[in-house]
Design a binder for this molecule. Structure first.
Ligand code: NAD
Length: 336
């Protein structure tokens, strides 16, 4: 079956890591027609809009996009395209699988967990105001609808991917109403999935446990703010943000992207590590049910890393982005 997928190369190292990823996916024999669209500064210069309507329409039509990182100006200029995309498409679930890579130094080689973060509400609703000078109020919004939806997403994911446990992380001992509602929704949904273990942990304890015994966790379910923090903490357990994949998923579509940024310090030099975006591509292939190709690419990636002969500079090698991609493609060809 031929798929049509929206491709957003992004900027900085984005075009370098997306082209390596596209080459590897095509070499695995998955038939994809890519609809390439620009976002951010490039789109602003060309179309006068950082998130052109054509791009949003393309994702709505194709329901799947692969996206390179996009630079967000700090303190001025346009608002984050990443946040804009999430809002425009109601991509309510942020998914970040965190698994150590073979032969890549990290503190916890046995970690294999998945962070599911609610992406649309909590303290990120942007509802802040000055009550009187010197006092501000920032509103935390938690709804039953969004809490049930994200809990169901986590359990469905666990069921589909053969995961054994979902742990809700919260502070319901203090925020009895808001986090209490989130936790209550979690337990209500959990009752529909008796084959999957469900437990919960208070967020401060969860942080300590993640650092002391991360292997006890499987799928973690969190509100937006705790999820933002813990997903980076989890990435740090296995070597940092440069390696882990990510996806933002909603009912209208899913956008798969690396969690690292556009790395302006190394852009244009052909030395970026495409692993994170390739891993996001593997997640995307599973999402569109190209599981066999996803497994083959993952095995080829792991084999190249395990051998350690061809690796990019950030993980101690000298290979270029293209050479690293070529090595993975060579393994794919051998595996046929
Ligand atoms: P960054 O992730 O771009 O870079 C941090 C460090 O990691 C740099 O030294 C960089 O060279 C290195 N690095 C990152 N990815 C790498 C890779 N694939 N291979 C080798 N080294 C890599 O973070 P930053 O410098 O804070 O952000 C730069 C820009 O990216 C900012 O404008 C930021 O807003 C944007 N950003 C975009 C996204 C996204 O599009 N999803 C995510 C994060 C940051």
């Amino acid at each position: 079956m031929k798929h049509t997928i929206t491709l957003i190369p992004g900027d900085g190292i984005g075009p370098e890591v997306t082209s390596a990823t596209v080459r590897i996916i095509e070499a695995a024999g998955v038939e994809i027609e890519w609809e390439t669209h620009y976002a951010g500064a490039q789109a602003l210069a060309k179309f006068g809009d950082t998130l052109p309507k054509e791009l949003l329409d393309s994702i709505k039509r194709n329901r799947v996009a692969l996206k390179g990182p996009i630079t967000t100006p700090v303190g001025k200029g346009f608002t984050s395209v990443n946040v804009g995309l999430r809002k425009a498409l109601d991509l309510y679930a942020n998914l970040r699988p965190v698994k150590a890579l073979p032969n890549v130094p990290c503190r916890y080689p046995e970690v294999d967990l998945v962070v599911v973060r609610e992406n649309t509400e909590d303290l990120y609703s942007g509802l802040e105001h000055v009550v009187v000078p010197g006092v501000v109020e920032s509103l935390k919004i938690i709804t039953e609808k969004a809490s049930l939806r994200i809990a169901r997403f986590a359990f469905e994911y666990a069921r589909r991917e053969g995961r054994r446990k979902v742990t809700a992380v919260h502070k319901a001992n203090i925020m009895k109403l808001s986090d209490g509602l989130f936790l209550d929704c979690f337990h209500r949904v959990a009752a529909e999935y008796p084959e999957i273990e469900a437990d919960d942990k208070i967020v401060d304890n969860a942080c300590m446990q993640l650092v002391m015994r991360p292997e006890q966790f499987d799928v973690l379910l969190l509100e937006n703010l705790y999820g933002d923090i813990i997903s980076d903490l989890a990435a740090g357990l296995i070597g940092g943000l440069g390696l882990v994949p990510g996806a933002n998923i909603g009912e209208q579509g899913a956008v798969f992207e690396a969690v690292h940024g556009s790395a302006p310090d190394i852009a244009g030099r052909g030395i970026a590590n495409p692993t994170a975006l390739l891993q996001s591509g593997i997640l995307m292939l599973r999402y569109i049910d190209e599981r066999e190709a996803a497994d083959r690419i993952q095995n080829a990636l792991f084999e190249v890393l395990r051998e350690g002969k061809v690796r990019t500079r950030d993980i101690g090698g000298t290979a270029s982005t293209a050479e690293f991609a070529d090595a993975i493609i060579a393994k794919l060809d051998k595996g046929r």
